[in-house]
Design a protein around this ligand. Structure first.
Ligand code: TMP
Length: 219
């Protein structure tokens, strides 16, 4: 059996990653593919607990950037071994809402941690398990900001440590993502995500479809 296909979606908050993961998953399932939809941090029972600590738990208020880096990658180490590797070995398509590029952009560029340290912690978490393709959904900062603020205002949304960060933080994160796309143009494709949903989905499909024709993804 051939190895499956590992696609990650990246971008700042409010870029529409979850919508496009859902649409791509539906399309692939209609073609008979087995698709795994995952998110980071999280995606396993242990990872979801870590996610709660990272985003919502009051004890996370004074979290240091180093702790944040390690917790993100603790969740990731579990997800890679418990879910992603077995799924890829079984020939599945794995779609993941964020992966290690978010760590480089948020903990590296956003929090200002040394990029060599960030890379070495990521390497311990993922080993050889790296995405075949990364779709970086880009929206202008003003769009991402207004979506973030309207989410914060909604009564049902719990307080989120990341969403409360200031504009300068998100500017650094955005620059971090753009730098990754420039450094790794083969793996990371920038998708302009401030267009209508159908155009974005068609753009994404035009990049994903050839991977199946090139014998990448197993059956
Ligand atoms: P989200 O699932 O709603 O995007 O929330 C996840 C948050 O965690 C988001 O603000 C980005 C952040 N994050 C990091 O800072 N580093 C990481 O490695 C990952 C995966 C997410």
């Amino acid at each position: 059996m051939k190895r499956g296909l590992f696609i990650t979606f990246e971008g700042t908050e409010g870029a529409g990653k979850s919508t496009h993961i859902r649409l791509l998953a539906e399309r692939l399932r209609q073609l008979g593919r087995t698709v795994r939809e995952l998110r980071e941090p999280g995606g396993t029972p242990l990872g979801e607990e870590i996610r709660h600590l990272l985003k919502h738990h009051p004890a996370g208020r004074g979290m240091t950037p180093e702790t944040e880096l390690l917790l993100m990658n603790a969740s990731r180490a579990q997800l890679v071994r418990e879910v992603i590797r077995p799924a890829l070995d079984a020939g599945e398509v794995v779609l993941c809402d964020r992966f290690f590029d978010s760590t480089v952009a948020y903990q590296g560029d956003g929090r200002g941690l040394d990029l060599k340290l960030v890379e070495s912690v990521i390497a311990a978490a993922v080993g050889e398990t790296r995405p075949d393709l990364t779709l970086l959904l880009h929206v202008p900062l003003s769009v991402s900001e207004s979506r973030r603020l309207s989410r914060q205002k909604s009564q049902s949304a719990p307080a989120d440590r990341f969403e409360e960060s200031d504009r300068a933080f998100f500017e650094r994160v955005e620059r971090g993502f753009q730098a990754i796309a420039t450094t790794e143009p083969k793996r990371v494709l920038v998708i302009e995500a401030s267009r209508d949903i159908e155009s974005i989905a068609a753009d994404i499909w035009s990049h994903v479809e050839p991977l199946f024709k090139n014998g990448h993804a197993g059956e």
